[in-house]
Design a protein around this ligand. Structure first.
Ligand SMILES: Nc1ncnc2c1ncn2[C@@H]1O[C@H](COP(=O)(O)OP(=O)(O)OP(=O)(O)O)[C@@H](O)[C@H]1O
Length: 514
């Protein structure tokens, strides 16, 4: 009896304490749980918790938080925690005068991304933080690749880098890349939409992906990590879609590798670093000489199939099962492919999974009631070709009847600046200390050029940081500007410039650049 009483008392205590905790949670305000008071990032406009999307001067409204007005005590606590996390992650130091972080919007294996407001212009931007970027060779190389590719690219289907800065974190230099803010990514679009994507939506995404890729491939730059979450998207209500390729941490100058016969266990795991598994081309998976731009074309096939099917086509979570899925889907690779495989262990696995039959693309990618058209099937099958030598390249893709019938007139694309190719040449061979030095130098020079301020004795000054590099050059050709990008000179007077979203805007600039 005594024992039962004890249990009853303990239970009552537990219930009471739970009620007290719940009550105090309900009553706790964000301020009360803030241990250390620091200036908070201001809330987005309260009127409707909506912010006009800054890209393309869009009149469309971007909903930030529809639930805001009905927040419970508990979600207020969560908001407070999220804000403190944001403050902790984005301690921008001097750049806090320019940018005001609003909320976290994404995270990947190497970076975290927040939405921020540019204090001067009230524009919204995305800031990607690569923490302790110089700490390891992998991180330093990824960061350097991303900076070197993005700094001089200017294409409507590739994310624009607007600014770069760095801060000193506890584990080394943190690098911040300021980019166009996009609404969402293709992964979310595919899986958050309850219906199948319509063909016109799929085609719009595909065209923009191909056109952006053509710009890169022409300069022999391979992205090497194409997947839906790296394709940023603005999805307008009227189904007009803008897609931009992002995350250039794996980008590389595409040179056909020389055959290397050193096959060992190491290379089986080496491939794990390139491309996310479900989108990884067979030549990477099987450890064959890499054909760089061809790996992007394989990924395009996987992404297109995923848009139709709303499932990954080859959804394995380990190298071994990915090999199994490919062998099961496409049958045993040809003798030529087997000869090119450099890794004994991969060869053994392929032999073990021996499978002579293959799955038809119609079965692999069901879509709608009638399935894919013949053109679509041919297009996908020419992308998802195991042998990279036979895989369709970007020009063949853009001239394939599947694309041509849908988009008879695809305008000529601008050319990727030669500078990018040159800058990318050495990145792969640099040692850790060289990478760190190069990273420091690149960020510094970018900071200087983006931050170039225009002074003139009596006149107020303006910053030119919001311009993308290509736009700046275009204006130089108009002879409004003089100087170079790293040493810009701007003359006083009425000028016109092109903003990164392509809108012409007239503006009075007062001042000359020092
Ligand atoms: N400019 C942007 N606008 C809006 N969201 C963005 C932007 N850039 C990145 N994001 C979001 O942040 C996520 C992570 O960004 P990103 O892919 O560049 O990081 P990462 O660490 O390099 O990723 P990964 O793990 O793919 O290598 C993206 O999937 C996307 O949802």
């Amino acid at each position: 009896m005594n024992f039962l009483n004890k249990i009853w008392t303990a239970l009552k205590e537990k219930i009471n304490s739970k009620e007290t905790i719940e009550k105090s949670f309900e009553q706790t305000t964000v301020e009360e749980i803030t241990v250390e008071k620091r200036p908070m990032a201001p809330e987005p406009p309260k009127e409707m918790n909506k912010v006009a999307h800054p890209i393309g001067n869009a009149t469309r409204i971007h909903t930030l938080d529809p639930m805001c007005s009905r927040k419970t005590g508990f979600s207020r606590v969560l908001d407070g925690l999220a804000k403190r996390q944001l403050e902790h992650d984005f301690q921008l130091e001097r750049a806090a005068q320019t940018y005001d972080p609003i909320k976290n919007i994404g995270a990947g294996a190497f970076g975290i991304v927040c939405m921020a407001k540019e204090r001067n212009t009230e524009n919204y931007v995305a800031i990607k933080k690569i923490g302790h970027a110089s700490a390891t060779p992998t991180l330093a190389r990824r960061t350097l690749r991303e900076i070197r590719v993005l700094r001089f690219l200017n294409h409507p289907n590739i994310v624009t880098l607007r600014d770069i800065f760095r801060t000193q974190g506890p584990l080394g230099t943190d690098v911040y890349l300021v980019m166009d803010l996009m609404e969402t990514n293709l992964h979310r679009v595919i899986y958050d939409t309850e219906r199948e994507l319509r063909e016109d939506e799929i085609m719009q995404c595909l065209r923009q992906l191909l056109v952006g890729l053509q710009y890169l491939h022409k300069a022999q730059i391979a992205h090497r990590d194409l997947k839906p979450s790296n394709l940023l998207v603005n999805w307008e209500t009227d189904s007009s879609i803008t897609l931009r390729i992002a995350d250039f941490g794996m980008a590389k100058l595409a040179e056909k590798e020389k055959r290397n016969d050193e096959a060992d266990e190491h290379c089986f795991y080496m491939t794990q670093h390139v491309a996310t598994l479900p989108y990884r081309a067979p030549e990477l998976l099987f450890v064959m000489p890499e054909h760089s731009t061809a790996v992007d074309m394989w990924a395009v096939g996987c992404i297109l199939g995923e848009m139709y099917k709303r499932q990954e086509l080859f959804p394995a979570r380990s190298v071994q099962s990915q090999i199994y899925i490919l062998v099961f889907t496409f049958g045993k690779p040809s003798a030529k492919i087997l000869r090119e495989i450099r890794c004994e262990r991969t060869k053994q696995l392929i032999e073990k999974y021996n499978c002579d039959t293959s799955v038809s693309f119609r079965e692999l990618i069901p879509y709608g009631e009638d399935g894919l058209s013949c053109n679509a099937l041919d297009f996908v099958s020419r992308l998802l070709t195991i042998d990279p030598d036979n895989r369709m390249d970007i020009n063949e893709a853009l001239t394939h009847p599947f694309i041509q019938d849908y988009f008879p007139q695809i305008p000529n694309q601008p050319t990727c600046p030669f500078r990018v190719k040159n800058d990318m040449k050495n990145v792969e061979v640099l040692k850790h200390h060289q990478l760190t030095a190069a990273l420091c130098k690149d960020v510094k020079s970018a900071e200087n050029s983006y931050n170039a301020e225009m002074y003139s004795g009596d006149y107020p000054y303006e910053r030119i940081r919001a311009w993308s590099p290509g736009d700046f050059e275009r204006e130089r050709n108009d002879e409004i500007f003089g100087g170079t990008r790293t040493n810009p000179r701007i003359h006083r007077g009425e000028i016109k410039y092109r903003q990164p979203d392509g809108f012409k805007q007239e503006r009075q600039l007062t001042g000359i650049c020092t």
